[in-house]
Design a binder for this molecule. Structure first.
Ligand SMILES: Nc1ncnc2c1ncn2[C@@H]1O[C@H](COP(=O)(O)OP(=O)(O)OP(=O)(O)O)[C@@H](O)[C@H]1O
Length: 360
């Protein structure tokens, strides 16, 4: 995808901070990509004040802000070293292209700010923060996620991934599906965040290596160990997320006793003893006639999750097939589920930086 820059020297040499750079856009997209000035984002977030800080991640800090048109946005101020970042033009090109990637279950990206060493991304603000914050924060949080809400979240994330994998050409591998990258709008609809961000960095660098064990639990073994990245790596991460949402447990929980700490391992063991039913989050059950139907559906979902985390990547289903299985268009009964890929010692995993930017 080409991006047109009207001026030969730079793309933001304007004295007007509020200007909308209408002539910088993804080809044929009609997308309203905006190049924001740092000053505008500073004003919007009240000087990036701590009261507007909504989160912090491996890429930087996120602030809530209000633009002059009164729209509420999330401003991600990237704090990655400049040397590891793409040059200005390439950076803007990538962001303009990402603004063209639109789906009801992806967080809408409005544009970016590039001034000297400063790099910011501007997204729609999601009222209900992330799934990690809302859902994995303890039993009280999980109670508000009934079965309908959980299914809605899973199907939404699956649709977003099917769109990135199978409708975009060339396809996009998200690389970082996890509960903190699933944001929730005012109606608790899921919106996947952070797609395509890895492309903003120079070949051979990856912020994944700085992650904690919990995040590594989402990585497919082939990606974590050798940097081999395919769409099936996202399918693996989706399977992990699914198991978390149905069981209410985190992928890795060192507070639990031995044998219980690693969710994928636990689910596989229970599948082999035909006792997956015991892994269904107890807070989902109401003690009424509906429980049997709910449990059957939840176990069905977990079998789909186990298909997604199989060790052999090519055995994992494509996301469109996952959607069909989750909506019962395709049965999973009788489908053989093979051993999951599982990182026994997550702390020992080393990301091969040279290979981590490969896609297949
Ligand atoms: N568009 C948004 N609307 C509302 N809150 C957001 C938005 N984007 C991010 N956040 C909040 O900021 C936090 C940090 O987000 P960020 O994407 O920087 O990091 P992360 O996904 O938590 O971790 P990592 O960078 O390691 O992937 C999120 O967990 C969420 O709470």
């Amino acid at each position: 995808m080409k991006v047109y820059f009207p001026c030969s020297q730079c793309f933001c040499s304007t004295s007007d901070d509020q200007v909308v750079h209408k002539n910088v856009k993804g080809e044929g997209s009609g997308t309203k990509f905006r190049l924001f000035s740092y000053q505008e984002l500073k004003v919007a977030s009240d000087g990036f004040s701590s009261k507007n800080k909504v989160g912090e991640g491996g890429f930087g800090t996120v602030y809530k802000g209000q633009l002059t048109d009164r729209s509420i946005v999330a401003i991600k101020v990237l704090s990655v070293e400049l040397e590891s970042m793409r040059g200005e033009r390439e950076f803007v090109s990538e962001i303009a292209a990402l603004c063209d990637v639109q789906h009801e279950n992806l967080v809408n990206l409005h544009g970016c700010c590039v001034e000297g060493a400063k790099r910011c991304l501007v997204y729609d603000y999601m009222e209900n923060n992330s799934l990690a914050y809302q859902f994995l924060g303890g039993e009280q949080n999980r109670i508000s996620f009934d079965w309908t809400k959980r299914k809605n979240v899973l199907l939404g994330v699956a649709k977003a991934l099917a769109y990135l994998h199978e409708e975009k050409n060339p396809h996009i591998v998200h690389r970082d599906i996890k509960a903190s990258n699933v944001l929730l709008d005012h109606n608790f609809n899921p919106k996947v965040a952070d797609f395509g961000l890895a492309k903003l960095f120079q070949e051979g660098t990856s912020h994944v290596s700085t992650r904690v064990a919990g995040t590594l639990g989402y990585l497919s073994p082939e990606y974590a160990v050798s940097g081999r990245l395919t769409r099936k790596s996202d399918v693996y991460s989706f399977g992990v997320l699914l198991l978390e949402i149905i069981s209410g447990r985190s992928v890795v929980d060192f507070d639990m006793e031995n044998g219980e700490q690693f969710l994928v391992d636990k689910a596989w063991g229970m599948h082999n003893c035909n006792s997956l039913v015991e892994l269904v989050d107890p807070v989902l059950l109401k003690g009424d006639d509906d429980d049997d139907r709910l449990i059957a559906e939840a176990v069905h979902f977990m079998k789909v999750g186990l298909l997604c985390v199989q060790e052999v990547a090519k055995l994992r289903p494509r996301m469109s097939k996952v959607i069909k299985m989750l909506t019962d268009e395709t049965s999973v009964e009788g489908v053989k589920i093979s051993q999951p890929g599982f990182l026994a010692d997550l702390m020992d995993v080393k990301i091969d930086k040279k290979k981590s930017s490969q896609t297949f």
